[in-house]
Structure formats: C-alpha cells, structure tokens
Design a protein around this ligand. Structure first.
Ligand code: URA
Length: 237
C-alpha cells in the first residue's frame, strides 16, 4: 500500500469513528442504513421548497403578515420569518424566534441550531420538506435576546392560525418559550419535556432547543428519547 493510500484510509476510518462517537452521544446502540439518503438542504433549496409548499390559506396568512408593525421588532428586522415546509405536514416543529441567519434569509432554522435540527430530523427518517417549521416570534429580537411578553402576545394569533390551518398530528416545541406559549404554563422545560401534552386536540411533545444542545451535548440523549416517542406516535419506526 502506498503512503498516500494509507493516509486516505486512515482519514476515512477516523471520520467514521467520529460519526459513531457522535451517534453514541444520542443514545444509538446500533446503526441500520436509512431507506434512502437525502442531502441536507441548502438555504436556496429551502427557499424554493418554501414557495412550492406554501399554498392557499397559509400563503394568504403569510401575506397578511407582510409589513407587520404590531411590535417594535419591526424596526430592526430584515425579513419576517413566517415558516417553511409542507403545509400538509403531519409534524410541525415550533422554535423560539429567528436568529441572525434566519433574519437574513427569511427562512427558519438555517443557522447552526438549524443544522443540528436537520440532523435530528434525518435520524427520525424525516427531511425538512416533509415537516413544517416555524417560530413563536416571526421577527428577530435584537442580539438574540429572549422574547418579551408583548412581542409574544402580538405574534400569537399568527402561530395559532398556522397550526389551525396545517392541523398536524403532532407538534414538537423546541425550548422553553414555545412550550410555555402553546401550553399556557410557566413550568420549566425540564419538567415539561418527555411527556405528551395537548394543544387544541393535537398531541404536543416539548423537548430541548437545538441551540441548548449545542451548548450542552448531554441533552442529546433525552432529546432522542423524546423523538423516539414522536416516531412511535407517527408510526415512523
Ligand atoms: N432558533 C429558533 O428558535 N428559531 C430559528 O428559526 C432559529 C434559531
């Protein structure tokens, strides 16, 4: 074996080892091949999907939101981040609020937390175009600060209408704000996650926010436990 080939093999084995170690952190005990490999979508592709799938009443709701000045976030936002994905999705994921990259592109979860969310979806045998992703707030809070109660209240009717139009079988809330907003509770996320709740007759599973997982990888295992419950409920296993 030549030196070059030896080094290439060594590199491939090291990368494989790193991937298996990452999966182990999620609580995987064995690896089975996915039915088909789907590439992680680029923001451009996501934007294309967004326009394809947002039809009818959902598109009308989005156009009602254009130019919204119901709260002070309107002053500094670059784009309203309405939501993206399949308007007939069986699963809706609700995050907190757009960050810098989402504000720039108008698409939810395209930054680092979004890339982690896509990995979670892939592990559930789902892609972004099969689910619908949106946030409690449709505009970016400056410096990614926590949403204020008046901002949540101003944006609430839009989220409520999105969910009423999509009528998914399951909602996953990501992090404290989405869970507390939809469940009308002040309980901490640590107490809410991992158990089924109900929002307007729809099964709701709260879990940790992907941004929290980036800072606390030990949260990945409980998140995977929550996702396995969702997979069972949607018969994805
Ligand atoms: N965090 C969120 O809660 N939503 C996004 O769209 C991006 C990051």
């Amino acid at each position: 074996m030549s030196d070059k080939l030896y080094h290439e093999c060594h590199e491939i084995i090291s990368q494989g080892k790193a991937i298996l170690e990452d999966l182990q952190q999620w609580g995987f005990e064995s690896v089975v091949p996915l039915p088909a490999e789907k590439p992680v979508a680029t923001p451009g592709q996501i934007q294309e999907e967004k326009t394809t799938f947002e039809t009818g009443a959902l598109a009308e709701l989005e156009s009602n939101l254009m130019g919204c000045k119901l709260c002070s976030l309107a002053k500094k936002r670059k784009n309203i981040v309405f939501g993206a994905g399949n308007s007939q999705a069986r699963l809706v994921l609700v995050g907190e609020a757009p960050g810098r990259e989402e504000d720039e592109t108008g698409v939810p979860f395209v930054g680092e937390a979004g890339r982690l969310l896509e990995k979670i979806l892939l592990a559930m045998h789902l892609s972004r175009d099969e689910v619908y992703i949106c946030n409690v707030l449709k505009c970016r809070p400056p410096g990614n600060r926590d949403p204020y109660p008046d901002e949540i209240a101003a944006c609430e009717p839009f989220l409520q209408q999105q969910l009423a139009l999509i009528q998914p079988e399951v909602i996953i809330t990501l992090g404290r704000f989405a869970a507390q907003e939809l469940l009308k509770t002040t309980k901490p996320i640590g107490k809410l996650r991992g158990q089924w709740h109900e929002y307007e007759g729809i099964s709701l599973m709260p879990t940790f926010h992907p941004a929290y997982l980036l800072r606390n990888p030990s949260g990945k295992r409980p998140v995977w436990e929550d996702m396995k419950q969702v997979m069972r409920r949607l018969n994805l296993t």
